[in-house]
Design a protein around this ligand. Structure first.
Ligand code: CU
Length: 149
């Protein structure tokens, strides 16, 4: 974990153009209603970006389910509210919600899932928010996502 972080930090400092960009990230969620990171950066040279979501807890998804939803920061509240109404069968995301750029399904303890989206959907300078849309979770389970400049 520390080793991987150190290498990532080193690479971003060195900014070697010949190095392939990291086009995926793994984020963990737990039974304490937390993600293990508050921000992530998507490398603009990636054609696509994959988010791997792990639930390292033990609780079932009906009680402590988590997903990973990406919207513009300004769209987050509306998408979260509508997602709540959509319910678990819809993974707490309103079907065809145009504000939702990408989202995973809801998973429970011990499960993992992933979502891949086109980086062309992100604009430089825009503020994006990733969050869990399980009812009541987005107040704590959220973070900032940016496109690298
Ligand atoms: Cu959650």
């Amino acid at each position: 974990m520390i080793g991987k972080f150190a290498v990532t930090a080193l690479l971003s400092v060195m900014s070697l153009p010949a190095m392939a960009a990291q086009c995926d990230i793994t984020i963990e969620s737990n039974d304490a209603m937390q993600f293990n990171m508050k921000e992530m950066t998507v490398d603009k040279t990636c054609p696509q970006f994959t988010v791997n979501l792990k639930h390292v807890g033990k609780l079932p998804k009906a009680a402590m389910g988590h997903n990973w939803v990406l919207t513009k920061e300004s769209d987050m509240q509306g998408a979260a509210t509508d997602g709540m109404g959509a319910g678990l069968p819809n993974d707490y995301v309103k079907p065809d919600d145009a504000r939702v750029i990408a989202h995973t399904k809801v998973i429970g303890g011990g499960e993992s899932t992933s979502v891949t989206f086109d980086v062309s959907k992100l604009a430089a300078g825009e503020n994006y928010t990733f969050f869990c849309s399980f009812p009541g979770h987005s107040a704590i389970m959220k973070g900032a996502l940016k496109l690298s400049s």
